[in-house]
Design a protein around this ligand. Structure first.
Ligand code: FPP
Length: 246
């Protein structure tokens, strides 16, 4: 079992859960079976993060580009999300986990949208951890949406162009209320960001693991955290500058 330092945990972990399709292929099953197995890995990961006292977990569950997949796969993923919410809501409530989303859930079927809103409302006061699902999410769209809102506010004289700083800009993103991820994990051996949190990952530590998402375990999560804990986060400074601040 991998050991980690409980005093140097990442506050926010973001995960690109990749490899469900390849897992299904490997097991000569349909792609939806891969996603179903992937949903089980979601449950394991949420439980592990909660037990470790990770404050924020953001999962890339459905991208803006995923709408272009075969219709049967898209509707299978929607059904899976709906049954995940139904089966996991009691555990979220019991374990003091708040559910939030980023992305455009209003593009979803109204029933699923309602179910998501209800789950968010019912868990809104929970404090121990935030489970943030990226749904119909694309980072470039998120940035464009933010720019558009700022442009309107400038036109309406609510904000001056020179008042727009990085911190102010970040308040217009879907992630406005949360810290940037400290650790990004991508499974399946791919090395891409796939339009995920492009702004928010500016100083995040990346961890790529050659395990398909449905096979991702609690120990894989611990390995990622242990690896993160070995790194020196410099935020653009030199190693010497950092040591002299200690
Ligand atoms: C990427 O694997 C995964 C997705 C597009 C969907 C992720 C969804 C889940 C893990 C299950 C449902 C989520 C929740 C929150 C209950 P891929 O299909 O692109 O895999 P491939 O690259 O091997 O084809």
């Amino acid at each position: 079992m991998t050991t980690i330092d409980p005093k140097a945990l990442p506050r926010h972990i973001a995960i690109i859960m990749d490899g469900n399709g390849r897992w299904a292929e490997k097991h000569t099953m349909g792609r939806i079976s891969g996603h179903m197995k992937g949903a089980e890995a979601v449950t394991v990961t949420v439980k592990a993060c909660r037990e470790l006292s990770i404050e924020y977990l953001t999962l890339y569950a459905f991208s803006t580009e995923n709408w272009l997949r075969p219709q049967a796969e898209v509707s299978g993923l929607m059904k899976l999300l709906s049954s995940y919410l139904k089966s996991e809501l009691p555990a979220l409530l019991e374990n003091d986990i708040r559910l939030t989303t980023i992305g455009n859930i209003d593009h979803f079927d109204p029933e699923l949208c309602k179910q998501l809103e209800e789950a968010k409302t019912r868990t809104a006061a929970n404090k121990s951890m935030t489970l943030n699902l990226a749904l119909s999410y694309g980072s470039q769209d998120e940035i464009v949406k933010a720019v558009r809102r700022i442009a309107h506010e400038v036109a309406d004289d609510l904000i001056k162009p020179e008042e727009i700083t990085r911190d102010i800009f970040a308040r217009y993103l879907d992630t406005a209320s949360m810290p940037d991820p400290d650790l990004l994990i991508r499974t399946s051996g791919e090395y891409r960001l796939s339009n995920f949190l492009l702004w928010q990952l500016a100083y995040t530590e990346f961890y790529f693991i050659d395990v398909l998402w449905p096979d991702f375990t609690r120990d894989n999560l611990l390995q990622a955290i242990a690896d993160y804990q070995k790194r020196q986060r410099r935020f653009g400074l030199t190693g010497n500058q950092l040591s002299s601040r200690d």
